[in-house]
Write a protein that binds this ligand. Structure first.
Ligand code: ZN
Ligand code: ZN
Ligand code: ZN
Ligand code: ZN
Length: 354
């Protein structure tokens, strides 16, 4: 159904991404505008896979003939994400939404105000570095969606995605002068015990993390990218290289070994990163549900007393207990006795059943 429209949305998205790269130096304004257009098109393509009317701003007034002619107002980012989450069951993570919203705001600023990225001055250089960093991060999130959680809808486009990845990496090399200025800072920090690995977004060796095995939020000094990660030595016996994962379903960048939440869990367990519990301890639970990704018992309590989801990598300080079904979870909502949690419908749901 609508394979032709799906295909043209994706071709257009890649066309805009290509234009964004071509225009960066001479027309940064169009680079920013085109990049965000690509983001929206790819989200719409995912909605289209569910139902064509989800792309239309008001689905209850959707008119198929008008849709096929392209005569409709399309859904905006926040609403698109709500539909992805609630209707399709395949929504964006908080980090993805935040990143795409940032690109949207930047696009709007470019449309309405003059920009500072043109010229030779210091301000122009900083602005250009910011745009390159933002596009690297935006592409990281897009690529992870298209080749990860949404792969079954986009696998036909693996070739185009690979080509675009190469071009984006080439573009990100523009940050090298900034990275080189940081080499002394990084060397000093290393002498003081800090540890740096390759940044998942800009690829420079300036992503501050803990030595493997470590769970926490890494931050890049070059491009500003930050993300919860696990650092580990690859479990593949022939590889064993120090790597980092920003998602549980990523593959090793060296040997392509595919990871999953169970494997992340067992790496943490093996390296004694999970809090020891005792059967007489009233809080004797070491696996609880994740309120962020809805994972069942995917959250472990780390030796640092933080709660870490081995599926979506959400890190939380607290877990809550449902007052109706007694289930434990991160992000427990309010008024669980009445309205329930992710696993139950609370007293109101119970009464409805009677
Ligand atoms: Zn970086
Ligand atoms: Zn490996
Ligand atoms: Zn999760
Ligand atoms: Zn409950």
């Amino acid at each position: 159904m609508h394979d032709g429209i799906f295909d043209s949305l994706i071709r257009n998205a890649f066309d805009f991404l290509g234009r964004s790269i071509d225009d960066l130096q001479a027309h940064p304004k169009y680079s920013v505008i085109n990049f965000y257009s690509a983001v929206e098109l790819l989200l719409k393509a995912r909605l289209l896979k569910e139902h064509w009317s989800l792309i239309v701003a008001k689905p209850d007034e959707a008119d198929k003939a008008k849709f096929l002619r392209g005569d409709f107002k399309s859904v905006a980012l926040d609403e698109a994400n709500k539909r992805l989450a609630k209707i399709v069951g395949d929504g964006l993570t908080d980090d993805e939404l935040k990143c795409f919203n940032g690109l949207r705001k930047e696009r709007n600023q470019m449309v309405h105000f003059a920009h500072a990225a043109l010229g030779d001055g210091d301000e122009a250089r900083k602005e250009m570095e910011r745009i390159v960093s933002d596009h690297a991060k935006g592409w990281l999130h897009l690529r992870r969606l298209l080749t990860g959680r949404w792969v079954k809808h986009f696998e036909e486009y693996a070739g185009s995605i690979g080509d675009m990845d190469y071009r984006m990496r080439e573009q990100t090399k523009a940050l090298e002068p900034k990275f080189l200025l940081l080499t002394d800072v990084i060397a000093d920090a290393e002498r003081a015990g800090c540890h740096f690995m390759e940044c998942p977004s800009c690829r420079f060796n300036s992503f501050e993390v803990g030595k493997p095995v470590w769970v926490g939020v890494g931050k890049c000094l070059t491009c500003g990218f930050s993300s919860p990660v696990i650092t580990l030595e690859c479990v593949d016996e022939d590889c064993g290289r120090p790597i980092l994962l920003t998602e549980s379903r990523e593959s090793c960048p060296v040997c392509n070994h595919d990871y999953d939440p169970e494997e992340v869990d067992s790496v943490l367990d093996e390296h004694k990163k999970i809090r020891e519990t005792h059967y007489q301890d009233p809080g004797d639970f070491n696996r609880v549900d994740c309120g962020m990704c809805d994972g069942y018992e995917t959250v472990v309590c780390l030796d640092t007393d933080e709660w870490f989801c081995t599926d979506c990598f959400d890190i939380e300080e607290h877990v809550g207990q449902c007052e109706w079904c007694s289930d434990y979870s991160t992000h427990m909502p309010q008024d669980t006795f009445l309205s329930g949690c992710g696993r139950c419908e609370g007293r109101l749901g119970h009464e409805k059943d009677d």
